[in-house]
Design a protein around this ligand. Sequence first.
Ligand code: SAH
Length: 353
Amino acid sequence: MEKTDLLSLYPKELEEYIISIGEPKYRAKQLFTQMHKGIAPDDMTNISKATKEKLNDSAFYYLPKIRRKLVSAIDGTVKYLFELSDGNSVESVVMRYKHGNTICVSSQVGCRMGCAFCASTIGGKVRDLTPSEILGQVLMAQTDTGERISNIVMMGIGEPLDNYLNVIRFLKLVGNEDGMNIGYRHISLSTCGIVDKIDALAKENMPITLSISLHASDDATRSSIMPINKKWNISALLDACKRYYSSTGRRISFEYTLIAGKNDTPAAALELARLLNQNLRSKDRSEGFPIHVNLIPVNPVNETHFSASDKQAVTKFASLLEKNGIRATVRRRLGADINASCGQLRREEEKKG
Ligand code: SAH
């Protein structure tokens, strides 16, 4: 019999499970609140030994183990390589901002999306993470840093919308009032553009912020670096963004990784501004679809041959967007000394094998 994954259960399901092993219903809430603080049932003081034995017989509670931890001497960013119960590993990064601590979590072991510049996709997808494995990253990081985590970005290893049901369950669990209570407004999800799942997400009644990994302003360029564009092109993707905005009212941000000589020319910037203005705004631009572009000089990955645009090209790109009515920021690089962007630490460990 497969053991029940306690940390992946909604409160109602936990109640049903607790009743099924002959325990009183109130036990479920005791378990839920403590498990969602990072306390394992075995370490709970208000639960008897007999109950713990019953739990161990038919269920499990597993938090990822810290396999490696790097702390930036520059800005205190912490990067974790977490080990899962089957020996696979994923990365998470805790960033310290004035408004609170933000964690970047992984949603899959590896990724099958095949973006040309990305370290996470090099070995393909190994498997999806369970809801408890995604939540476990947040709980472990919070326990280890001893500081509350108040914001979550789903921008780590994996494509969250390619692991849709587990990600939705994670989002509902992490938002639970008796659990971590991190509200949807404090959560962003980044996607390479899986259009049918963006539409599904729009119907979930979860006002999270969507980040779209755009990375190019024409289909030929985008298809050459992001295979998903061959299935849903830029126009299909922007239409989905419009639908997401009209049903949730949440702003959408666009990620644009600047790759030298590939997508960083002034012409590309002008095309990007035209594209976003024309597709997402009314003619006189009075209707405020809040568009924001995050520019990220590409982070060179050993196995790929891309290099980052120089400072001048980045500044020029940003100012051309601004001049054309598109808010743009150049992403501040946190944890530069620990190579904090995701995917590369796991690669290093896999290679050591
Ligand atoms: N699969 C999701 C989320 C994971 S990646 C997505 O595609 O959005 C998070 C962000 O980092 C994405 O915008 C991704 O395109 C970007 N990214 C990946 N590799 C990068 C690299 N080497 N340099 C800069 N950004 C990168």
